[in-house]
Write a protein that binds this ligand. Sequence first.
Ligand code: LAN
Length: 746
Amino acid sequence: MLNVKPGWKNWQLLTEKGRHIWAFKPSSNNINHHLQNAEAISDQEIAQLQEDFLFDKSNNPNSGDKVFRASAIAANFDEFTGRLPRLPFKAQKIADSLIKGINYYARLQSDDGHWPGDYGGPLFLLPGLLVASYISGTPFPKAHQEMMKLYLFNHQNKDAGWGMHIEGESTMFGTVMQYVSLRILGVDKNHEALLKARDWIQNNGGVTGIPSWGKFYLSTLNLYDWQGFNSLFPEMWLFPKWLPFHPSRYWCHSRMVYLPMAYCYAQRIKVPENEFILSLRDELYGDTFATIDWPKQRNALCPNDNYTKLSPVLKWMNLFTNSYEKVSCSWLRKKALAYILRYLNAEDAQTDYIDIGPVNKAINSICIWHAYGSESEPFKKHVARWYDYLWVAEDGMKMNGYNGSQLWDTAFATRAILESDLGKLFPETIQKSYRFIDLSQIKAEHSTHAEFFRHPMIGCWPFSTTENGWPVADCTAEGLSATLATHASGLVNPVIDEQRIEQAVDSILSYQNKDGGWATYELTRAPKWLEKLNPSEVFADIMIDYSWTECTAACVIALLEIQEAYPDYKTNLIHQAIKAGLQFILKQQKADGSWYGAWAVCFTYATWFAVEAISKAKGKGYFNESILIDSTNKACVFLIGKQKADGGWGETFESCSKLVYSEAETSQVVNTAWAVLTLMVADFKDNNVIDAGVNLLLSRQTDTGDWLQEKISGVFNYNCMITYANYRNIFPIWALNRYYNQIIQE
Ligand code: LAN
């Protein structure tokens, strides 16, 4: 059973239409009044938090989302008591585990139908928000500050530094940003943890080796000189749109981050020197700050942070843009700034101030504060949304990697539960999740969508909520698959009508790239060479939106399902799209039979997606059947080669960053579930292999029906990991449910 600490109970998650806000001792469920008691926290309550949010990172740096789960379970007593008719012994055991597992998981579902969960992991996000709060003079309430401190302390590594993410080794980016954050939060400079962190910084070459995103934040804090930052050439936003390197062709996340960064750079935004800043300079640089040759630091980089080498082309370009700064024409700069500000306002309006993600959320806040002041309406709207990104778990308060993974998890959970008829024992759960899926499908375009390069989105689903509203290709596919599965179950009144289904299909078709694959939020808009201009030393493949195996597979699967459910709808177009998609997937397969996963850890993830799509296409007249069979056979051979002695599979995040399968010491339930799902859908004939995987899943289930949080499961841009708290339930349930389906048919 969960050992629920008293201090946890002071924090409560309020949700509304997918929106998440953690409140300190809220007096009501009204999400708009969540701050009522956060400033009035007593010393005694603070002491309690300090005791109850102590977290031992050395065991497992991943928190188990225990604060949320304990309160959700306590609030939902109504245990499911139904039993299946007597089944053959083997099936009974699986059914019991499944019922326990789904029953537990159903109790975590919020009233609006989605599954909330921790989406932390990266360690460079909360610092951005704290920088915004410091610069704008808008501190978080005391209770929040206390919890943030706890989080940052809890994630300090043994060597006194911090990583890019909670499992990572210490980097300059991680260490300096958490150091500054703790200071902004009021921690004394002589605190032991900070003294040690300063040593780490010194011993690893000093602050100037921080990567460019860190240089950016430090410059705004006046803890680094803008002259030591490569120009972001704000005028590029005035380039003619047909140019292949116009920024509208960047991957939307890069576009939306470099946009506000360019604004801050053009304005050289920096807080005035004050006692605190002068002290921080002293702490970080000793007395050298005044004598640093800033332009020489532009490409300085701590070796621990070096993931992507800056290309010679970029260095040449920097030479030009940095020189241009000396002669830049003020009229053009003004025009560029006006354009950027208009774009920032449009992004804020389109997302109701949530913004596309955690990075531009923080930087846009800084720009809007600078442009309009802290008393302005738009700035206040920004601040109100800061809280949408904060999450409380037993390791403290963190900033999530998005405003949540609401739609994504709900779609997966729905499909996992409905994998067999056993899911029909949970009609209320499915009715609720369907309501959320219905609510989340995007129903209108923004008036400024074309002006600001947005892909048409009516009929799409987003990753999180409609308010965030950025459509994603594979989220649309998952939303559609979940809708079809729910309709087929007969458990709901199908309010997502044919027209809306057709809109979803049309948007999936509109998202297909020329290479046959599907990317994330938009089509691939520029050639691959644009990657040479990637200025971030810490991420790879961020410049354009590439086709990915997983995204492609999700879209192919949804289209194959549409072919079955609506055989007359755009038959030929869909057939062509599937064929090109399959070709793309087949091309991505590695010689060892695996696929590399870009959005979760890692080979077991993408291999599951790919094999699912290929297997579903079998027998439907795509290619010579043997090509498909060979491919899935090879994938099975790959997987059996990686099975551990205990029957499970386990990968570490290094699979993602190093691009080779990195075996974890212990089996991981999430990887095991993906492998088992893959082998079953590929119709792998050796039952012993599958049985052993299933047994591992059964043996790891807790008495309550949960599974423990193991290693981190998610990733982006190869090098930063991200938590998917729901995966430990969704995928074991899915795998067991598929297994159940097979054995009752035997
Ligand atoms: C996500 C989360 C979801 C993810 C999937 C849907 C799983 C994937 O199949 C497609 C890509 C997508 C939508 C995705 C892209 C990158 C995101 C938005 C994230 C991993 C969540 C956070 C990350 C974002 C880029 C973090 C901010 C960091 C920057 C480098 C800007």
